[in-house]
Structures are given as C-alpha cells and as structure tokens.
Design a protein around this ligand. Structure first.
Ligand code: GLA
Ligand code: ZN
Length: 721
C-alpha cells in the first residue's frame, strides 16, 4: 500500500479551480456546489502567476490564502500549483529573449501560455523564486496536501531553437560524448560532409534544405526533454526544501512522446495524468485503460492520480463530441480500477471567455441546469464509497514493454515508412490483451521481468543488449515472449545494426532480419494519377505489371496446427490473420550465410506462419517460435492484425497457463481486479446479466448473490468477503 493522498484516506475528487478569475459571489457559490458534489480536492493557481506576482518580486498571496482558508473550512484539500506555465507579460516585456523560438527561427509571441524557452535563465530564476515564495507562504497551511508543478510540461513548447538553447545543446553533447570524434561516429557525420571539429560548431536541427541527420534530431529531442526536466527539478527542489513531506507532482499526458516519462517518474512523488479520449471513437474506452496502465507502470505499480479529464466535451478538436450519458462515471471508475487514487477534472467551472470557453467543466455555463451536473454529483457519491481501493494494487501476469526512446527513434528515422508520434505497436498489443481481459503491466526496458509469464516486446526499435540478456533469462526461467517488428533496428545513437537486424535479440529468437519489405500504398507526392491508373484496353505494358506493394497488408499462411486451432476458436469459418504494411525477410541465424529455401525448420526455430505468395515475401517466415529453456520466444515479422494477435495470445496464454476466463464475459464487459475489489465495467448500451458474482457491491451498497445485472455504461465494484 502506498500513502493515500488525503488524510481522510478517501479517493480524491475535484478539479482545477480558478477562483481568481471570478467575482466573490461565484466563489461562495462554488464552495457550496463543491460540497454538494462531494469535492474534496482542488488544484489551485495553475495559471495565476500575474495575480500572485503582479510586479517583479512583489508577491500578492492574500487572495490565495483567503481561498485556501475557505477550502479548509469546507473540508476541501488543496493541490497547490506553481503558476509557471503562464509567465506574466512584464517578464516577457523586460526579457523578450525568454520567448521560445521555433524551428524556422520565429520567436513565438505572448497571448497564450507556455511561452518560455526551457533554457531561459530569466525564466529559470523567476520560476524557482515563485516556487520558493509559495512554499514559504503556505508551508503550514492545513489544506495543502500536494504540489502541482507547472502544467503539462512541453505540451506547447517541447523544443526551442534559440541561441541559448544552441549553447546549452553543445554543452549537453560535450557531456554526453566527451570528445568530438565520438559524436562524429555516433551521428555518422561522415555522410554529407557533416563532420565537426569542435562541439561549438554544432547547430540545433533548425529548418534545413532537406532531411536532417536523424541522430542529431533524436539528441535534440533528448536534450530538450532534459532541459525541461531540469526546470521541474529546480522548482521541486525549492518546494521540497521547505515542505519535505508534501508530495510533488506534475501532470503528464499519457503516451506523450516529447518527454520520456519513464525518466521523469523517479523524480516525481505522485504520478498524475491528463486524459482526453475522444468519445466519438469506439476505441475510446480502451484508451482510458491504456493510459491508466501507462501511468500505473511508471512507478512499479504505484497508484496514480487522474489530474484532468473533461466531464462532457473538449473544445480543441476540430469536432468535439460529448461523452455519452454515464460515460463520465464509467471511464472514471475504469481509471480507479486500473490504479487511480483520485479523479480530477479540468476544470471546476467552465470559462466565461477565452480560448477554453467551450471546454466543459464540472459546472457548465448553464450551472446546475446543465445535464452534466447530475453526473458530477453522482460520481462524487460513487467515489466516496470506494475508499477500500485506495492504495490497492493491480496484479498482472503479463507485461508489454514500452520504450519512449524507441518510439522517438522510429519516428525520427527517415524510412522505411513514416511512423506516427505514437506507440502503434504497444497500443495494438495492449488492445488485444484488454479485449481478452488479461491484466497487464506496461513496463520499461530497465524494469524487472521476473514474475511475468507473458512478455510482449512490440516495436523495440533500439537494440538494448542488456535488456536482451535479461529477456533471455526470463524465457529460460519459463516466460513466453513475443517480439514484434520493427525491433532491434538501430543502436541508441541511431546507427544501423549491421549484420542482421534484431541485433542482440537474435540469439534468443533464433532468427535475424536481413531486409525490410514494406507494402507502401499512398506513396506520398509521387502517387500521381498517371502512375497509378491503368487503362487495360490500351496500356499494353503497364497492364501486365503487378504491384503487390499497392495494398496495405500482407496476407499470411498459417503452418502451425496449434495456431490453426486457435483461429478456429475465434469463429467459423476460420478467420484468416493478416499482417499490415510492415514485412521483413527473416532468416534463421544459424543458416544466415547459406540461406536457400525459406520453408525451413532449423534447430528449435519453428515457422508458425509465412507470408502468402501474393507478395514477393511469399513463403518467407512471418511468425516464428523457438523453445528456450522452460519458455518460448516468438518473433512476428509484420504488424499483425487483431485476429492474428488474438490467436497468438490464445496460444501464449495456454502455454503460460494465464487465466483467460475474462474473455468469456458477455460483450462489452471489462473486469479488473484491484486489491480486494473486482470492478465490472459495462461499456455497452445494453443491460448485462452476469452469473457468479458474489460479494458486496460498494457502489450500490448491496450484496451480490450470484446473479447480477449491470445497467448500460455503468459499473459494479465487488468487495470480496
Ligand atoms: C490540458 C491543460 C488544461 C486545459 C485542458 C483542456 O490538459 O492542462 O489547462 O487546457 O488541456 O483539455
Ligand atoms: Zn531557447
């Protein structure tokens, strides 16, 4: 159990509150409404810098103290923010060099937020100073339970390209590489005559005539990430020096790629997340679970706080669909089930103007007349009944490896195809395990692997020999491991792995990848109609040309009887698994020099499925399996579709004896066990009957005696006897 956020040991409920933007009457009304809704925590002062420091060094904390006193009287605790995501105009006017500069050399203007360069000395000095001043002012305030540093670091200013950043980048590189020859080798600057003779010659990767050196770009991302982390650390140090017992957080953004949250996590006391799945998408319920699992994974399973979500609809998408009735509570409870110790919203009261005027709040423009108010009150009630889950852990026998640097490296590498700023493979495999109701942890390459029966390693683009060695140990000790492409393609400095991709994973898997073979439809600007259209009546030459790469999939042929049986379990007629755009030439490492026929079974490597003859990969292995010690190691040489993933997980779960009974639950039902409480979440539009549910339902406060009915988009939380 980890320490609860509130002295009352309740789940927290509330949101960002901006009383400084409202008249006194509204503030008084807010406090009453908060009591009605069961709010017990508010985040204060997140963007209030100019109110707190109207002139340089002149602090005005009186209004905040008054608000915090009012909170305390009402039994509401405070997550107090440092206001450093919104520097005041006086700072910008006196130090315009603190504004960030974009890739094109344009200095960004004042008028929104996060208008600071992460290397600005002035900004650093002033943000530390206000953090220290706040800490000294409120260190003994009885309402203070947490510090909220800045807001969504790097959301709008992930990288600055100013001259100060240039100098700091050179220093950072000097520190990292030691001597310039090491950098020249790491970046392979011999290509295109980019060699440097001194660190002081190096530029940030500003807009340039054509493709940048991707190793330089990756280092610039890492440098900017570390500059931003230093800002957080500087503020946190000021706070901790004064209030060592008040936990410090800063709000993350799920799978945001610009900051490596795994590197940040050790510096943060309580992980917190802002999460805004699009309710218009059927996969939104999965995104809720995915993000929650990411957050729970950042500190080895420790509970996290949902710092922000919206009650109804956001305003920043081109089209903003509200949540369906009940979804606000359903998704909140899903996060609690996956490890959240509190549910907070952006924001308490919807703004009367400005950029976020049409972003939903707990109190919307129409006040209590808004249909969301009832949902807000209801969620407050529900959360108040769930104290038994506070601090509780989710137990998982499966893990998926998620590596920020690999995702960045893959995104920044030119070719084999464009990859989104995202974790498509991690997300896809997580989705499959979630649909099959198999609990899992999202872990990093540095995490302990023992204790997991199934480990999935999708798109680990960077080769980590130390991780590969630990993975090998895990398999020898009985784990069943799936590695999926593209993995082991580059070193951590973004040099190609020579002699066969998969690098240090090859020994374990018994295979190496010699070449990538993508199907790449929509080939960008050169997909001109005159290249793509064929009039078979007259185009005598082109009508005879085959282009298997014009489709966005690779058909597969399954060879393994066990996988065929797994596919038969999915349905009749037997569904056919497919690969996606990604394909590869895979060879057994033992035979890599004298390869003759792809239809092989060499040593312990078994070909489970192969590419179908329609593509040039026809007959080459698409899925392989190798027995190693007490476990098995599988390799998947394509981005397998959902049917293929499902069938493979069936096989693995059978090998690993992992409980898959959750997959037999009725459609739409997610079951998650946290501590002693089992949540049943009905994502569907139908009332669902469940058999065999016994225990005490914390939400309805009634005994479940075997047969239970869960209303559409609602939940049960069953406490074991
Ligand atoms: C982010 C920010 C909030 C607000 C919301 C809107 O999460 O932290 O201040 O802008 O987005 O969705
Ligand atoms: Zn800068």
């Amino acid at each position: 159990m980890s320490a609860p956020i509130l002295p009352t040991r309740n789940l927290t409920y509330g949101g960002d509150w901006n009383p400084d933007q409202w008249p006194k009457e509204t503030v008084a009304e807010d406090i009453e409404l908060m009591k009605e809704a069961g709010v017990n925590l508010v985040s204060l002062g997140i963007f209030s810098w100019v109110k707190l420091e109207p002139k340089p060094g002149e602090y005005n904390f009186g209004w905040l103290r008054e608000i915090m006193d009012q909170c305390h009287e009402a039994g509401i605790y405070v997550d107090l923010a440092t206001p450093t995501a919104a520097p005041p105009v006086w700072m910008v006017r006196s130090h315009p060099e603190m504004l960030p500069v974009n890739k094109d050399g344009v200095r960004l203007g004042f008028g929104s937020r996060q208008h600071f360069c992460p290397s600005s000395r002035e900004y650093r000095k002033r943000s530390r100073a206000i953090a220290a001043a706040l800490a000294n002012e409120f260190k003994d305030h009885p309402a203070l339970v947490m510090w909220h540093v800045n807001n969504e670091y790097a959301c709008h200013n992930p990288r600055c390209y100013c001259d100060v950043c240039e100098g700091d980048f050179q220093e950072w590189l000097r520190e990292k590489y030691g001597d310039i020859e090491t950098l020249n080798h790491a970046w392979n600057t011999h290509f295109w005559s980019q060699e440097y003779s001194d660190f002081s010659e190096i530029f940030p990767p500003r807009t340039m005539p054509t493709l940048p050196n991707s190793a330089q770009e990756l280092d610039y991302w890492r440098f900017s990430d570390s500059q931003t982390l230093k800002l957080f650390q500087a503020e946190a140090a000021e706070l901790r020096a004064v209030t060592p017992n008040v936990p410090v957080t800063t709000n993350f953004m799920g799978e945001f790629m610009y900051l490596d949250y795994r590197k940040w996590a050790p510096h943060i006391d309580m992980i917190s997340d802002d999460s805004y799945p699009d309710p218009a998408l059927p996969g939104a319920g999965h995104q809720v679970a995915f993000e929650a699992d990411i957050m729970r994974g950042l500190k080895g399973g420790q509970p996290f706080l949902l710092m922000e979500q919206v009650t109804s609809a956001v305003q920043w998408r081109p089209q903003n669909t509200p949540k369906r009735p009940g979804q606000f509570e359903l998704w909140s409870l899903s996060r609690v089930a996956h490890g959240a110790d509190g549910i907070m919203q952006f924001q308490w009261r919807q703004s009367p103007g400005g950029a976020e005027m049409f972003h939903g709040g707990m109190v919307n423009h129409a006040g209590k007349k808004s249909r969301w108010w009832n949902e807000v009150v209801k969620l407050g009630e529900s959360l108040s009944k769930l104290s038994p889950v506070v601090g509780g852990r989710v137990e998982a026998q499966a893990a998926i490896v998620m590596d920020w640097d690999s995702a960045r490296a893959r995104h920044l590498t030119a070719g084999p195809n464009d990859s989104p700023q995202d974790f498509p493979g991690v997300r896809a495999w997580h989705r499959t395990l979630w649909e099959k109701n198999i609990a899992l942890d999202l872990i990093g390459v540095e995490d302990d692997l023992s204790g997991y029966k199934i480990i999935i390693v999708p798109e680990l683009f960077i080769d980590y020999p130390e991780f590969s060695a630990r993975l090998q140990d895990a398999v020898e000790n009985g784990a069943h491991v799936v590695v999926a492409s593209p993995s082991g393609v580059v070193t951590s400095t973004l040099r190609a792995i020579l002699g066969g991709y998969l690098g240090s994973l090859s020994d374990l898997l018994g295979v190496a990848v010699t070449d990538h073979a993508l199907h790449a439809p929509d080939a960008h600007s050169w997909a001109r109609p005159d290249y793509n259209q064929v009039d078979p009546r007259v185009d005598r030459i082109t009508r005879a040309v085959d282009t298997p790469g014009a489709v966005d999939y690779h058909d597969l042929e399954v060879r393994s009887p066990a996988l065929l049986r797994a596919l038969d379990q999915i349905g009749t007629p037997r569904p056919q698994p497919r690969g996606g755009v990604w394909g590869e030439y895979v060879m057994a490492t033992k035979e890599a020099d004298q390869f003759t026929d792809p239809m092989w079974l060499i040593d312990e490597v078994e070909v489970i499925a192969q590419f179908a003859p329609e593509s040039d990969l026809g007959g080459w292995p698409a899925i392989t399996k190798r027995k190693v010690g007490k476990g098995t190691a599988w390799y998947v040489a394509t981005n397998l579709d959902s049917v293929g993933r499902d069938a493979l997980i069936r096989l693995l779960a059978a090998h690993a004896r992992v409980d898959v009974t959750g997959a037999d639950l009725p459609d739409g039902i997610e079951r998650v066990k946290r501590g002693d409480v089992t949540f049943y979440l009905n994502h569907s539009d139908r009332a669902v009957q469940l058999a065999g549910v016994t225990g005490f339902d914390l939400l309805s406060q009634a005994e479940a005696t075997g047969h239970a009915v869960i209303a559409p988009r609602s939940a049960m939380a069953i406490m074991a006897k």
